[in-house]
Design a protein around this ligand. Structure first.
Ligand code: NIG
Ligand code: FE
Length: 426
Protein backbone atom coordinates (compact mmCIF):
# COMPACT_ATOMS: atom_id res chain seq x y z
CA UNK A 1 0.00 0.00 0.00
CA UNK A 2 2.89 2.42 0.70
CA UNK A 3 4.31 4.14 -2.40
CA UNK A 4 7.41 2.87 -4.13
CA UNK A 5 10.33 5.32 -4.18
CA UNK A 6 10.20 5.97 -7.97
CA UNK A 7 6.46 6.54 -8.14
CA UNK A 8 6.65 8.85 -5.16
CA UNK A 9 9.21 11.24 -6.63
CA UNK A 10 7.64 12.13 -9.99
CA UNK A 11 5.89 15.52 -10.18
CA UNK A 12 2.19 15.30 -10.90
CA UNK A 13 -0.49 17.96 -11.42
CA UNK A 14 -4.17 17.46 -10.64
CA UNK A 15 -7.09 19.76 -11.40
CA UNK A 16 -9.06 21.80 -12.11
CA UNK A 17 -10.66 21.72 -8.66
CA UNK A 18 -13.77 23.93 -8.69
CA UNK A 19 -13.34 24.96 -5.05
CA UNK A 20 -10.25 24.13 -3.04
CA UNK A 21 -10.35 24.82 0.71
CA UNK A 22 -6.69 24.78 1.69
CA UNK A 23 -7.54 25.56 5.36
CA UNK A 24 -4.45 27.78 5.46
CA UNK A 25 -3.94 31.06 7.30
CA UNK A 26 -6.61 30.31 9.91
CA UNK A 27 -6.08 30.69 13.67
CA UNK A 28 -5.37 27.60 15.76
CA UNK A 29 -7.91 28.63 18.39
CA UNK A 30 -11.37 30.14 18.63
CA UNK A 31 -14.47 30.71 16.53
CA UNK A 32 -14.28 30.74 12.73
CA UNK A 33 -17.07 32.29 10.67
CA UNK A 34 -17.58 30.65 7.28
CA UNK A 35 -16.59 33.96 5.71
CA UNK A 36 -13.04 33.35 7.01
CA UNK A 37 -12.63 30.21 4.88
CA UNK A 38 -10.19 30.70 2.04
CA UNK A 39 -11.74 29.26 -1.14
CA UNK A 40 -9.56 28.92 -4.26
CA UNK A 41 -11.36 28.50 -7.56
CA UNK A 42 -10.36 26.36 -10.56
CA UNK A 43 -7.20 25.35 -8.84
CA UNK A 44 -4.46 22.84 -9.49
CA UNK A 45 -2.34 20.96 -6.99
CA UNK A 46 1.17 20.20 -8.19
CA UNK A 47 2.65 17.36 -6.18
CA UNK A 48 6.19 16.15 -6.04
CA UNK A 49 6.96 13.01 -4.12
CA UNK A 50 4.87 12.91 -0.99
CA UNK A 51 4.41 16.66 -0.80
CA UNK A 52 2.75 19.61 -2.45
CA UNK A 53 5.05 21.72 -4.60
CA UNK A 54 2.61 24.37 -5.72
CA UNK A 55 -1.06 25.33 -5.56
CA UNK A 56 -2.38 27.82 -8.10
CA UNK A 57 -4.65 28.54 -11.05
CA UNK A 58 -4.98 25.27 -12.95
CA UNK A 59 -4.69 26.78 -16.44
CA UNK A 60 -1.28 28.25 -15.72
CA UNK A 61 0.01 25.15 -13.91
CA UNK A 62 -1.23 22.98 -16.77
CA UNK A 63 0.59 25.07 -19.40
CA UNK A 64 3.81 24.79 -17.37
CA UNK A 65 3.25 21.06 -16.88
CA UNK A 66 2.75 20.43 -20.62
CA UNK A 67 5.98 22.33 -21.36
CA UNK A 68 7.99 20.37 -18.81
CA UNK A 69 6.39 17.00 -19.49
CA UNK A 70 4.90 16.77 -16.01
CA UNK A 71 2.10 14.22 -15.63
CA UNK A 72 -1.38 15.76 -15.45
CA UNK A 73 -4.59 14.27 -14.07
CA UNK A 74 -7.25 16.38 -15.77
CA UNK A 75 -10.50 16.21 -13.82
CA UNK A 76 -13.84 16.59 -15.53
CA UNK A 77 -16.96 17.89 -13.80
CA UNK A 78 -17.14 19.82 -10.54
CA UNK A 79 -14.97 19.05 -7.53
CA UNK A 80 -14.43 20.40 -4.05
CA UNK A 81 -11.08 19.66 -2.41
CA UNK A 82 -10.06 19.65 1.25
CA UNK A 83 -7.06 18.41 3.21
CA UNK A 84 -7.28 14.69 3.99
CA UNK A 85 -9.27 14.16 7.18
CA UNK A 86 -7.43 13.42 10.41
CA UNK A 87 -9.14 11.28 13.04
CA UNK A 88 -7.28 12.21 16.23
CA UNK A 89 -8.97 9.75 18.62
CA UNK A 90 -9.84 6.15 17.80
CA UNK A 91 -9.80 2.75 19.48
CA UNK A 92 -9.71 0.96 16.11
CA UNK A 93 -7.65 -1.98 17.34
CA UNK A 94 -10.04 -4.39 19.03
CA UNK A 95 -11.74 -7.73 18.60
CA UNK A 96 -15.37 -8.67 19.06
CA UNK A 97 -18.61 -6.80 19.42
CA UNK A 98 -20.47 -5.01 22.18
CA UNK A 99 -23.88 -5.07 20.49
CA UNK A 100 -25.28 -6.42 23.76
CA UNK A 101 -24.16 -3.29 25.65
CA UNK A 102 -25.86 -1.15 23.02
CA UNK A 103 -29.13 -3.05 23.45
CA UNK A 104 -28.85 -2.79 27.25
CA UNK A 105 -28.25 0.97 27.06
CA UNK A 106 -31.27 1.39 24.83
CA UNK A 107 -33.23 -0.54 27.44
CA UNK A 108 -32.27 2.04 30.03
CA UNK A 109 -29.03 0.83 31.64
CA UNK A 110 -26.22 3.37 31.83
CA UNK A 111 -22.69 2.98 30.45
CA UNK A 112 -21.24 2.95 33.97
CA UNK A 113 -23.83 0.43 35.26
CA UNK A 114 -23.05 -1.94 32.38
CA UNK A 115 -19.32 -1.56 33.07
CA UNK A 116 -19.83 -2.32 36.77
CA UNK A 117 -21.73 -5.49 35.98
CA UNK A 118 -18.94 -6.95 33.83
CA UNK A 119 -19.85 -5.54 30.40
CA UNK A 120 -18.26 -2.39 29.06
CA UNK A 121 -14.51 -2.07 28.52
CA UNK A 122 -13.81 -5.34 30.35
CA UNK A 123 -15.92 -7.27 27.84
CA UNK A 124 -13.79 -5.89 24.99
CA UNK A 125 -10.66 -6.72 26.98
CA UNK A 126 -11.79 -10.35 27.25
CA UNK A 127 -12.54 -10.55 23.53
CA UNK A 128 -9.35 -8.72 22.51
CA UNK A 129 -7.16 -10.90 24.72
CA UNK A 130 -8.51 -13.98 22.88
CA UNK A 131 -7.36 -12.58 19.53
CA UNK A 132 -3.79 -13.10 18.34
CA UNK A 133 -1.48 -10.21 17.45
CA UNK A 134 -1.92 -11.23 13.79
CA UNK A 135 -5.71 -11.21 14.02
CA UNK A 136 -5.72 -7.79 15.67
CA UNK A 137 -3.41 -6.42 12.96
CA UNK A 138 -5.71 -7.77 10.23
CA UNK A 139 -8.82 -6.33 11.89
CA UNK A 140 -7.15 -2.93 12.10
CA UNK A 141 -6.07 -3.18 8.45
CA UNK A 142 -9.64 -3.95 7.38
CA UNK A 143 -10.98 -0.96 9.34
CA UNK A 144 -8.33 1.30 7.80
CA UNK A 145 -9.63 0.41 4.34
CA UNK A 146 -13.04 1.76 5.35
CA UNK A 147 -11.42 4.84 6.94
CA UNK A 148 -9.56 5.47 3.66
CA UNK A 149 -12.81 5.43 1.70
CA UNK A 150 -14.16 7.89 4.26
CA UNK A 151 -11.35 10.33 3.46
CA UNK A 152 -9.26 9.70 6.59
CA UNK A 153 -5.58 9.99 5.69
CA UNK A 154 -4.16 9.99 9.25
CA UNK A 155 -5.59 8.28 12.30
CA UNK A 156 -4.70 7.83 15.91
CA UNK A 157 -5.07 4.30 17.30
CA UNK A 158 -5.11 3.51 21.01
CA UNK A 159 -4.32 0.35 22.88
CA UNK A 160 -6.33 -0.10 26.08
CA UNK A 161 -8.15 -3.41 25.60
CA UNK A 162 -5.21 -5.43 26.91
CA UNK A 163 -4.89 -4.12 30.47
CA UNK A 164 -1.80 -6.17 31.32
CA UNK A 165 1.79 -5.63 30.28
CA UNK A 166 1.81 -8.55 27.84
CA UNK A 167 -1.61 -7.79 26.35
CA UNK A 168 -1.01 -4.06 25.97
CA UNK A 169 2.26 -4.88 24.19
CA UNK A 170 0.39 -7.30 21.95
CA UNK A 171 -2.01 -4.53 20.95
CA UNK A 172 0.71 -1.95 20.34
CA UNK A 173 2.76 -4.45 18.32
CA UNK A 174 -0.35 -5.30 16.25
CA UNK A 175 -0.75 -1.57 15.50
CA UNK A 176 2.94 -1.39 14.52
CA UNK A 177 2.50 -4.50 12.30
CA UNK A 178 -0.48 -2.92 10.53
CA UNK A 179 1.16 0.50 10.01
CA UNK A 180 3.21 -0.35 6.88
CA UNK A 181 0.27 -2.26 5.39
CA UNK A 182 -2.33 0.52 5.54
CA UNK A 183 -2.76 3.63 3.42
CA UNK A 184 -2.84 6.06 6.34
CA UNK A 185 -0.25 7.19 8.81
CA UNK A 186 -1.16 5.62 12.14
CA UNK A 187 -0.41 7.49 15.37
CA UNK A 188 -0.30 4.91 18.18
CA UNK A 189 -1.19 5.80 21.77
CA UNK A 190 -0.68 3.69 24.88
CA UNK A 191 -3.97 3.57 26.82
CA UNK A 192 -3.02 0.88 29.34
CA UNK A 193 -4.66 3.12 31.98
CA UNK A 194 -8.09 2.68 30.37
CA UNK A 195 -9.64 0.85 33.29
CA UNK A 196 -8.61 -1.24 36.26
CA UNK A 197 -8.06 -4.86 35.10
CA UNK A 198 -10.71 -6.98 36.80
CA UNK A 199 -8.37 -9.94 37.11
CA UNK A 200 -5.87 -7.98 39.19
CA UNK A 201 -6.07 -8.19 42.94
CA UNK A 202 -4.16 -5.02 43.87
CA UNK A 203 -5.09 -1.35 43.99
CA UNK A 204 -5.25 1.03 41.01
CA UNK A 205 -2.00 2.54 42.30
CA UNK A 206 -0.35 -0.90 42.20
CA UNK A 207 -1.52 -1.46 38.61
CA UNK A 208 -0.20 1.93 37.51
CA UNK A 209 3.14 1.24 39.22
CA UNK A 210 3.34 -2.04 37.33
CA UNK A 211 2.80 -0.16 34.06
CA UNK A 212 5.50 2.33 35.00
CA UNK A 213 8.02 -0.38 35.76
CA UNK A 214 7.20 -2.96 33.12
CA UNK A 215 5.30 -1.39 30.24
CA UNK A 216 6.21 2.22 29.49
CA UNK A 217 10.00 1.62 29.25
CA UNK A 218 9.38 -1.24 26.77
CA UNK A 219 6.94 0.86 24.71
CA UNK A 220 9.62 3.51 24.53
CA UNK A 221 12.46 1.12 23.74
CA UNK A 222 10.53 -0.59 20.93
CA UNK A 223 9.21 2.74 19.61
CA UNK A 224 5.63 1.49 19.89
CA UNK A 225 4.06 4.82 20.94
CA UNK A 226 5.05 8.32 21.96
CA UNK A 227 1.75 9.20 23.54
CA UNK A 228 0.11 8.07 26.76
CA UNK A 229 -3.62 8.31 27.43
CA UNK A 230 -5.70 7.59 30.54
CA UNK A 231 -9.42 7.43 31.32
CA UNK A 232 -9.93 9.92 34.14
CA UNK A 233 -13.37 9.07 35.45
CA UNK A 234 -15.37 7.54 38.29
CA UNK A 235 -14.93 3.78 37.96
CA UNK A 236 -11.65 4.25 36.04
CA UNK A 237 -8.85 6.45 37.51
CA UNK A 238 -9.19 9.55 39.67
CA UNK A 239 -6.98 12.60 39.02
CA UNK A 240 -4.92 11.95 42.14
CA UNK A 241 -4.42 8.26 41.28
CA UNK A 242 -3.30 8.96 37.74
CA UNK A 243 -1.11 12.05 38.28
CA UNK A 244 2.10 10.22 39.32
CA UNK A 245 1.72 7.85 36.34
CA UNK A 246 1.35 10.77 33.92
CA UNK A 247 4.34 12.57 35.42
CA UNK A 248 6.41 9.41 35.11
CA UNK A 249 5.37 9.04 31.47
CA UNK A 250 6.27 12.66 30.79
CA UNK A 251 9.71 12.17 32.34
CA UNK A 252 10.27 9.34 29.86
CA UNK A 253 9.30 11.74 27.06
CA UNK A 254 5.71 10.67 26.34
CA UNK A 255 3.10 13.23 25.39
CA UNK A 256 -0.13 13.08 27.33
CA UNK A 257 -3.70 13.03 26.08
CA UNK A 258 -6.64 12.30 28.38
CA UNK A 259 -10.18 10.95 28.30
CA UNK A 260 -11.54 13.83 30.35
CA UNK A 261 -14.88 15.10 31.71
CA UNK A 262 -16.91 12.38 29.97
CA UNK A 263 -19.39 11.83 32.81
CA UNK A 264 -17.84 13.83 35.66
CA UNK A 265 -15.38 16.70 35.76
CA UNK A 266 -11.78 16.68 36.98
CA UNK A 267 -10.08 15.30 33.89
CA UNK A 268 -9.76 18.52 31.91
CA UNK A 269 -8.33 20.35 34.93
CA UNK A 270 -5.71 17.61 35.20
CA UNK A 271 -5.00 17.80 31.44
CA UNK A 272 -4.25 21.50 31.82
CA UNK A 273 -2.17 20.93 34.94
CA UNK A 274 0.11 18.38 33.26
CA UNK A 275 0.23 20.26 29.93
CA UNK A 276 -1.51 17.51 27.97
CA UNK A 277 -1.69 17.77 24.19
CA UNK A 278 -5.46 17.25 24.27
CA UNK A 279 -8.43 16.62 26.54
CA UNK A 280 -11.01 14.48 24.79
CA UNK A 281 -14.78 13.97 25.41
CA UNK A 282 -15.67 16.97 27.66
CA UNK A 283 -19.40 16.24 27.53
CA UNK A 284 -19.60 17.06 31.27
CA UNK A 285 -17.47 20.23 31.07
CA UNK A 286 -19.17 23.30 32.54
CA UNK A 287 -18.36 27.03 32.33
CA UNK A 288 -15.28 26.76 34.58
CA UNK A 289 -13.76 23.89 32.58
CA UNK A 290 -14.57 25.60 29.28
CA UNK A 291 -12.93 28.87 30.36
CA UNK A 292 -9.83 27.07 31.65
CA UNK A 293 -9.44 24.98 28.48
CA UNK A 294 -9.82 28.08 26.32
CA UNK A 295 -7.02 29.81 28.20
CA UNK A 296 -4.73 26.78 27.94
CA UNK A 297 -2.77 25.19 25.12
CA UNK A 298 -4.71 21.93 25.49
CA UNK A 299 -6.73 20.97 22.41
CA UNK A 300 -10.39 20.23 23.25
CA UNK A 301 -11.46 17.19 21.25
CA UNK A 302 -15.17 16.61 20.75
CA UNK A 303 -16.27 13.01 20.18
CA UNK A 304 -19.79 13.14 18.73
CA UNK A 305 -19.62 9.39 18.00
CA UNK A 306 -19.71 8.75 21.77
CA UNK A 307 -22.70 11.07 22.11
CA UNK A 308 -24.53 9.18 19.36
CA UNK A 309 -23.48 5.78 20.69
CA UNK A 310 -24.47 6.50 24.28
CA UNK A 311 -27.42 8.76 23.56
CA UNK A 312 -26.11 11.50 25.84
CA UNK A 313 -25.21 15.18 25.54
CA UNK A 314 -22.71 16.67 23.10
CA UNK A 315 -19.38 18.22 23.96
CA UNK A 316 -20.15 21.95 24.37
CA UNK A 317 -18.38 22.71 21.12
CA UNK A 318 -19.99 26.12 20.52
CA UNK A 319 -19.15 27.36 24.00
CA UNK A 320 -15.57 26.05 23.75
CA UNK A 321 -15.01 27.83 20.43
CA UNK A 322 -16.61 31.06 21.61
CA UNK A 323 -14.43 31.00 24.73
CA UNK A 324 -11.38 30.67 22.44
CA UNK A 325 -10.46 26.97 22.60
CA UNK A 326 -8.86 24.90 19.84
CA UNK A 327 -11.59 22.37 18.93
CA UNK A 328 -10.75 19.12 17.18
CA UNK A 329 -13.44 16.59 16.24
CA UNK A 330 -12.71 12.85 16.26
CA UNK A 331 -14.72 9.65 15.88
CA UNK A 332 -13.70 7.82 19.10
CA UNK A 333 -14.38 4.70 17.03
CA UNK A 334 -14.61 1.83 19.54
CA UNK A 335 -16.78 -1.26 20.06
CA UNK A 336 -18.52 0.18 23.12
CA UNK A 337 -19.46 3.83 23.28
CA UNK A 338 -18.87 4.80 19.63
CA UNK A 339 -19.44 1.89 17.26
CA UNK A 340 -20.25 3.97 14.15
CA UNK A 341 -16.75 5.16 13.28
CA UNK A 342 -17.87 7.59 10.59
CA UNK A 343 -16.10 10.88 11.25
CA UNK A 344 -17.64 12.95 8.46
CA UNK A 345 -21.21 12.00 9.42
CA UNK A 346 -20.54 12.64 13.09
CA UNK A 347 -18.81 15.97 12.50
CA UNK A 348 -21.71 17.13 10.32
CA UNK A 349 -24.22 16.14 13.01
CA UNK A 350 -22.19 17.89 15.72
CA UNK A 351 -22.26 21.00 13.55
CA UNK A 352 -26.06 20.94 13.34
CA UNK A 353 -26.56 20.11 17.03
CA UNK A 354 -24.05 22.55 18.48
CA UNK A 355 -24.22 25.31 15.83
CA UNK A 356 -20.65 24.81 14.76
CA UNK A 357 -19.89 26.55 11.46
CA UNK A 358 -18.71 24.64 8.42
CA UNK A 359 -15.35 26.39 8.80
CA UNK A 360 -15.06 25.16 12.39
CA UNK A 361 -16.13 21.62 11.50
CA UNK A 362 -13.62 21.38 8.64
CA UNK A 363 -10.93 22.89 10.89
CA UNK A 364 -11.75 20.30 13.57
CA UNK A 365 -11.10 17.36 11.23
CA UNK A 366 -8.11 18.88 9.42
CA UNK A 367 -5.56 21.33 10.82
CA UNK A 368 -6.90 21.50 14.36
CA UNK A 369 -6.89 17.67 14.48
CA UNK A 370 -3.28 17.81 13.29
CA UNK A 371 -2.50 20.10 16.24
CA UNK A 372 -4.17 17.55 18.55
CA UNK A 373 -1.68 14.96 17.29
CA UNK A 374 1.30 17.34 17.28
CA UNK A 375 1.74 16.98 13.49
CA UNK A 376 2.81 20.08 11.61
CA UNK A 377 3.09 18.64 8.10
CA UNK A 378 -0.60 18.04 7.33
CA UNK A 379 -4.12 19.34 7.78
CA UNK A 380 -3.39 22.32 5.51
CA UNK A 381 -2.85 22.31 1.74
CA UNK A 382 0.19 24.45 0.99
CA UNK A 383 3.63 24.04 -0.61
CA UNK A 384 5.82 21.76 1.50
CA UNK A 385 2.90 20.04 3.23
CA UNK A 386 1.99 16.40 2.62
CA UNK A 387 -0.12 15.87 -0.51
CA UNK A 388 -2.98 14.38 1.54
CA UNK A 389 -6.35 15.54 0.21
CA UNK A 390 -9.90 14.50 -0.58
CA UNK A 391 -12.11 15.43 -3.52
CA UNK A 392 -15.90 15.48 -3.53
CA UNK A 393 -17.99 15.48 -6.72
CA UNK A 394 -19.86 18.70 -6.06
CA UNK A 395 -19.59 22.37 -6.95
CA UNK A 396 -19.84 23.93 -3.48
CA UNK A 397 -18.32 23.05 -0.13
CA UNK A 398 -21.65 23.70 1.62
CA UNK A 399 -22.95 20.50 0.03
CA UNK A 400 -20.54 18.29 1.97
CA UNK A 401 -21.82 18.80 5.52
CA UNK A 402 -25.36 19.46 4.27
CA UNK A 403 -25.53 15.82 3.16
CA UNK A 404 -24.51 14.77 6.69
CA UNK A 405 -22.02 12.19 5.55
CA UNK A 406 -24.02 10.78 2.62
CA UNK A 407 -21.82 12.58 0.09
CA UNK A 408 -18.61 10.56 0.24
CA UNK A 409 -15.23 11.55 -1.19
CA UNK A 410 -14.91 10.62 -4.87
CA UNK A 411 -11.18 10.23 -4.50
CA UNK A 412 -8.70 10.25 -1.65
CA UNK A 413 -5.03 11.13 -2.09
CA UNK A 414 -2.36 10.16 0.40
CA UNK A 415 1.22 11.42 0.04
CA UNK A 416 0.67 12.18 -3.62
CA UNK A 417 -0.94 8.89 -4.56
CA UNK A 418 -4.57 8.15 -5.23
CA UNK A 419 -5.76 5.46 -2.89
CA UNK A 420 -6.86 2.40 -4.82
CA UNK A 421 -10.55 2.10 -5.52
CA UNK A 422 -10.60 -1.12 -3.56
CA UNK A 423 -10.31 1.01 -0.41
CA UNK A 424 -13.94 1.99 -1.02
CA UNK A 425 -15.97 -0.73 0.63
CA UNK A 426 -19.35 0.98 0.73
O1 NIG B 1 -13.65 7.01 24.60
N1 NIG B 1 -14.48 6.42 27.78
C1 NIG B 1 -13.61 5.58 27.74
N2 NIG B 1 -13.17 4.94 26.65
C2 NIG B 1 -13.84 4.83 25.42
C3 NIG B 1 -14.86 3.80 25.43
C4 NIG B 1 -14.27 2.50 25.39
C5 NIG B 1 -15.27 1.41 25.43
O2 NIG B 1 -16.41 1.58 25.89
O3 NIG B 1 -14.86 0.33 25.00
C6 NIG B 1 -14.43 6.15 24.98
O4 NIG B 1 -15.65 6.36 24.96
FE1 FE C 1 -12.06 7.14 23.54
Amino acid sequence: MKSSPTEATLPHLIGPITQLLPMSGLPAKGALPDSALPVLENTGILMEGERIREIGPFDKLERDARRSGTAVTHLSGEHVGLPGFIDAHTHSCFAGSRARDYALRNSGRTYLEIAESGGGIWDSVTQTRKASREELGSLLEMRCRQFAADGITTLEVKSGYGLSIAEELKMLRAIADAAPRVAQDLVPTCLAAHSMPRDMEGSPEAYLEELQAGLLPVVLKEGLARRVDAFVEKGAFSPSQILPYLEFAQKLGFEITLHADQFTTGGSELAIRVGARSADHLEASGPAEIAALAKSRVVATALPGATLGLGCGYTPARALLDAGACLAIASDYNPGSAPMGDLLTQAAILGAAEKVTHAEVFAGITFRAAIALGLDDRGILAPGMLADFVLFDTDHYNEILYHQGRLRPSSVWKKGRRLPDNTATQ
